[in-house]
Design a binder for this molecule. Structure first.
Ligand SMILES: [Zn+2]
Ligand SMILES: [Zn+2]
Length: 356
């Protein structure tokens, strides 16, 4: 799309060209996937974007956490696993999935995603063809609204919470925590968001930009940073999700007010929480993050692979059991079966999987 390429500076293009010619092309040839992996410039561009994202997290957000922390920690030992999740996602899983699995698969089926000029929103409202920035803003608002409802479902449906709870189990939430998530859950979310993108007629390059912008805001909204911007900050946090807003979403359950943590589901725009009555601004002292369920909290003693394994066991335990489909807050009992907080009698017989 023209306006995206207009935004990219000539320097960026030169670096992308050099990376493509000297690293991506030789690498795809050596791996024998040069014909199917897609445009080497696109691969180079995706790599540059991942490196830029890592730079912003490591060199801007991380120093801010030391300068103005929201929570003061004696050490940061629980954040290490989240940093590994981020490195694995940005430098490993995302490029592998995009260019070694998805692209060849799309070529096999006869080409990549449709980029018809007159599909989706552009076909329904032709006026948008002359107003690409506004069209992009509309895409973003719809994308964010779908994310809000998907996120509410992740909390309300026990089998989905079984996986999403891994993201919430972190006791030291930091700028690395966004990529701490179950990969089955990640694929399900990508499938839903990509389907919405296809229906709206979003082009692949626009979809990549939507994803990147959301990722950057989410990296920042997980940061352990106390922003004090006064009046400006108060207006800003009504418009965009910030660290304090998302920290409330990650709060440990309050035993006296057990529904308090069901708040602030917005990804980038807090408007949906405001509209559907789930907003909680900082009207009380800062809360610790994490979960009260001991089975999920045990994730804090697990590494990347074991966390994937146990959250997937919880998912299997919940999705194969009637209680796993009944909406409501649950904890996980023997055999990874969900137990509803309000009615413990309607639980299922335990699963007995073999350990990894
Ligand atoms: Zn959540
Ligand atoms: Zn989060």
């Amino acid at each position: 799309m023209q306006f995206i390429s207009d935004l990219l500076s000539p320097l960026w293009n030169q670096v992308v060209d050099a990376l493509s010619a000297h690293i991506v092309v030789p690498a795809t040839q050596a791996l024998g996937i040069a014909q199917t992996a897609g445009d080497p410039r696109e691969i180079a561009q995706a790599t540059m974007i991942a490196l830029l994202q890592l730079f912003l997290i490591g060199c801007v957000m991380r120093p801010l956490e030391s300068l103005i922390p929201a929570e003061h920690w004696a050490d940061r030992r629980h954040t290490t696993v989240d940093r590994n999740f981020t490195l694995l996602m940005l430098l490993g899983l995302f490029p592998i999935f995009s260019f070694i699995v998805l692209m060849p698969f799309a070529h096999l089926l006869g080409g990549g995603p449709a980029t018809d000029e007159h599909s989706g929103l552009k076909a329904w409202v032709p006026w948008f063809n002359d107003h690409p920035y506004l069209l992009f803003a509309v895409y973003y608002v719809v994308y964010d609204c779908v994310y809000y409802w998907m996120h509410r479902a992740q909390h309300a449906i026990p089998w989905w919470w079984a996986m999403h709870s891994m993201h919430h189990s972190q006791r030291q939430m930091s700028c690395w925590s966004n990529d701490r998530s179950n990969y089955v859950d990640g694929m399900l979310q990508s499938l839903i968001l990509a389907s919405v993108g296809l229906v709206m007629g979003v082009e692949p390059s626009e979809f990549a930009l939507l994803g990147l912008l959301s990722e950057l805001v989410q990296n920042f909204s997980h940061a352990n940073v106390a922003l004090r911007l006064g009046r400006l900050g108060k207006i800003g946090e009504r418009l965009f999700v910030g660290p304090r807003f998302h920290r409330n979403h990650h709060m440990l359950r309050d035993a006296e007010r057990p529904q308090r943590h069901n708040c602030n589901f917005g990804q980038v725009l807090p408007w949906w929480d405001q509209l559907f009555g789930t907003t909680l601004y900082h009207d009380e002292p800062l809360r610790r993050t994490g979960v009260s369920d001991p089975e999920v909290d045990a994730d804090n003693a697990r590494g990347v692979i074991r966390m994937q394994w146990f959250s997937t066991l919880r998912f299997i335990g919940a999705v194969t059991c009637r209680a796993g489909w009944r909406l409501g807050d649950v904890s996980f009992g023997p055999g990874y079966r969900p137990i509803h907080d309000v009615d413990e009698t309607k639980s299922c017989a335990p699963l007995t999987p073999s350990p990894p």
